[in-house]
Ligand binder design. Structure first.
Ligand code: SF4
Ligand code: SF4
Length: 354
């Protein structure tokens, strides 16, 4: 289905206001978008707490404003995420929940539970039939198949593979099971840049499937073992890991769009909110206490996932295309086009400033 109507995207400009104030205005003005979330409805709020060292992720106090709004309508919200394929504190639910506690995502601070959707070891993974160019099935936790009400909160960042990360990435990767995440990454098989590799061992240590070994004094990636997770790219400080950005990152972008489409087509009521605040060059999985990449813009809201991502992108790149890293990574532009072609949403929109 190709979208012909222009959906509304609401934009609460930060303009020297606090993040809480900016969100409060948006929730007040866009009350209609939440009107169906009431009277005992269980509502999943998808977000990520970021990894241990990330400080730019959305804060529990901000999420609580939305939780309180939903509770005031007698809805029953819960915040959720899934386990990741990267090494770190979010590979299983025990470490993940302990990290959430350390970062303040407690019931007291959120006003509702924080749960991990895909079980302790990330093995809750059901196959769902789809019919796209790249994928004929997607793999999601059973919760996703049963869910009727969804609000997606996405922290806007750059991204090492696609340049720009927003709601589409949050849904495609963040609502897939670990097996589903690996399906999306599988075409991204990096190679070692021998001239730059200093054999520090960083990538060898970070690879979750032991696909990297030492060979003649350099690192070597076995493409038959590699699952394309990209962890080695993030771990190398010497520009020693190459990806074929032009071809493979486009397939990665298409698979993400297909996942998002497959997931969202099953869920009845959806709202997407993009937080263009504390924007870092890398996503919350690998950013640390990084300098902010772009000035805060504000918070965007829409029922249309593609429109909200594109509107946010357009506002942020009005002067410069920050997310293209000097023209190196254009995958997000391909992602927009392809997502539109397969009917995920609209690239056109009415921007309503609040
Ligand atoms: S992290 Fe980079 S420099 Fe270190 S071994 Fe791997 S490719 Fe070589
Ligand atoms: S070699 Fe492949 S599986 Fe290993 S970290 Fe790199 S991308 Fe991931």
């Amino acid at each position: 289905m190709i979208f012909t109507m222009r959906p509304d995207v609401y934009f609460s400009n930060i303009s020297r206001r606090s993040h809480n104030h900016c969100l409060g205005s948006l929730l007040e003005k866009c009350g209609d978008h939440f009107s169906e979330f009431r009277d005992g409805a269980i509502v999943g709020i998808k977000m990520t707490i970021g990894d241990e060292k990330s400080t730019a992720n959305l804060k529990p106090e901000l999420v609580r404003l939305l939780v309180e709004k939903l509770k005031s309508q007698s809805a029953k919200p819960f915040v959720f995420d899934t386990n990741v394929i990267y090494k770190g504190q979010r590979q299983n639910s025990v470490d993940h929940l302990n990290l959430a506690y350390r970062k303040g995502f407690t019931q007291d601070n959120l006003g509702c539970p924080y749960i991990i959707a895909d079980s302790v070891f990330g093995t809750d993974s059901l196959s769902v039939k789809v019919a796209f160019k790249n994928l004929k099935e997607i793999k999601v936790p059973s919760l996703i198949k049963a869910m009727d009400n969804l609000i997606v909160l996405s922290h806007i960042t750059g991204h090492i593979m696609s340049g720009y990360a927003a709601s589409l990435k949050n849904v495609a990767m963040g609502m897939a099971s670990r097996a589903g995440k690996q399906m999306q990454h599988s075409s991204l098989k990096p190679t070692i840049n021998i001239a730059n590799c200093a054999l520090c061992g960083g990538c060898i240590e970070s690879c979750p499937v032991s696909a990297i070994s030492e060979n003649s004094g350099k690192a070597f990636i076995n493409p038959n073992i590699c699952i394309g997770c990209g962890e080695c790219i993030a771990s190398c400080k010497s520009d020693g890991v190459n990806i074929n950005w032009r071809e493979e990152s486009n397939i990665f972008a298409e698979k993400k769009a297909e996942y998002a489409c497959g997931i969202l087509s099953r869920i009845k009521k959806k709202v997407f909110m993009n937080f263009a605040i504390d924007i870092t060059e890398e996503c919350d999985c690998i950013s640390g206490d990084d300098p902010r990449y772009i000035d805060d813009a504000g918070i965007f809201l829409s029922d249309d996932i593609l429109a909200v991502d594109k509107a946010c992108y357009d506002v942020l790149t009005k002067k410069t295309d920050y997310f293209s890293r000097n023209g190196k990574i254009k995958a997000h532009l391909h992602e927009f086009r392809y997502a539109y072609e397969i009917g995920l949403g609209s690239l056109d929109y009415n921007l309503i400033k609040i």
